[in-house]
Design a protein around this ligand. Sequence first.
Ligand code: FMN
Length: 169
Amino acid sequence: MDFSTLANTRYSVRKFSNKPVDKATIEQVIDVARKAPSAVNFQPYTVYAIMQPENLLKVKACYHRDWLNGAPAIIVVVGNKDMAWKRSADMKNYTDIDAAIFIDHLTLQAADMGLGTCWVCNFDIDGLSEALQLKATQEPIAIIPIGYAETHEPPVKKRKGLDDLLVWM
Ligand SMILES: Cc1cc2nc3c(=O)[nH]c(=O)nc-3n(C[C@H](O)[C@H](O)[C@H](O)COP(=O)(O)O)c2cc1C
């Protein structure tokens, strides 16, 4: 897919088919995502690929939505705040930004391979940190269910128009 087609057709998938996703496919998605840029190239994240049923249940328990139960696999991107670049002028920590770029690469690569994903950030932070046994310096950034979508009809994109967000100067 060329990039504009990919950007136009990727959408949040919340209904997955029964088709399983294999480990090699998930690894390929993550392998491309790791080429994402990050501040000073510090790459302050760890990626958890969750496929074992008992671990899937633990993660799904941190975001109670029926649709999530249908996800055959889940990727959790964890930010390592102590490894991120901090801007010296104001000590702004770039973990979230770096992780977001990584996740965006990941969701687009998944879409290019015919897989559906959805960013999920409204999860139980303490519950997920405990399920993954994270350190105090680590923070779960997003849960990303991944699998094959039940339908292949991308919804019409609702977005601000150029006039609402573009400022020419
Ligand atoms: C940072 C971020 C957090 C999000 N958190 C959630 C979430 O907790 N639950 C959910 O169902 N969707 C979540 N989404 C998905 C958005 O609702 C979705 O991307 C947006 O409505 C645009 O739709 P699209 O992805 O289909 O283009 C999140 C998206 C982003 C980028």
